[in-house]
Design a protein around this ligand. Structure first.
Ligand code: G4P
Length: 191
């Protein structure tokens, strides 16, 4: 997605060879116009897939997922990473280990919002090691619903997440694919 790549080049900060900071439009401050374009692109890619629900994970997946939900006309569920006061019973839960942060968290959604007839699109802001996407897919499988695809805003293609998800048979659509963050510069995958 050209506009997203331009945005990353203009505003992204390479913190290390592994980490890209995009706090100005995705992970802290949110650029609604950029998010709308991202939602439109996800909708274009998945418009014929019969999607009935979108699932993401708090916090940074929510903005792109909501925009995609608006474009596709479907509800958006965000998995919780922290205990909620109101969300207690009838939960699907999955454990997600973050290699980036070296912490394990339990993600959860209520079983009220997903059923076996749902065709679900998973959306997340970053794809690194694929553990968040796999955890979300696990929640969907617990509901016996179908994972139609995985939509990612920024994929770090030099990390193993994409291949892991493809090996498991998932359709992966990443709007920006970062090949390398070496030497303080962002290089994209060119197909
Ligand atoms: P994985 O799900 O692909 O295995 O990724 P990993 O555990 O390694 O990453 C965990 C968290 O770190 C996620 O955010 C992910 O979005 C974020 N992350 C990974 N690599 C980068 C990067 O290069 N840049 C930025 N900005 N974030 C990265 P999270 O903990 O869920 O945070 P949030 O959604 O609440 O913001």
């Amino acid at each position: 997605m050209h506009a997203l790549e331009q945005k990353i080049l203009a505003e992204g900060i390479v913190l290390s060879e592994e980490v890209l900071k995009v706090d100005s439009f995705l992970n802290h401050q949110i650029d609604p116009v950029m998010m709308q374009q991202i939602g439109q692109e996800f909708a274009r890619l998945f418009k014929d897939a019969g999607i009935t629900k979108i699932i993401t994970i708090e916090a940074s997946g929510i903005a792109p997922a909501v925009m995609a939900g608006l474009e596709l006309g479907v509800p958006v569920i965000f998995a919780r990473k922290y205990q909620s006061l109101t969300l207690k019973d009838d939960l699907y839960r999955s454990k997600v280990f973050s290699f980036t942060k070296q912490v394990e968290s339990t993600i959860a959604i209520s079983n009220k919002h997903i059923s076996s007839s749902d065709k679900v699109l998973v959306i997340d802001d970053f794809l690194a090691n694929g553990q968040a996407a796999l955890g979300l897919a696990d929640l969907i499988h617990q509901a016996q619903a179908e994972v139609v695809g995985i939509g990612i805003v920024i994929e770090k293609s030099f990390q193993p997440g994409r291949d892991l998800l493809l090996e498991k048979g998932y359709r992966v659509e990443s709007l920006a694919r970062v090949k390398s963050l070496a030497n303080g510069t962002v290089e994209f995958v060119r197909d």
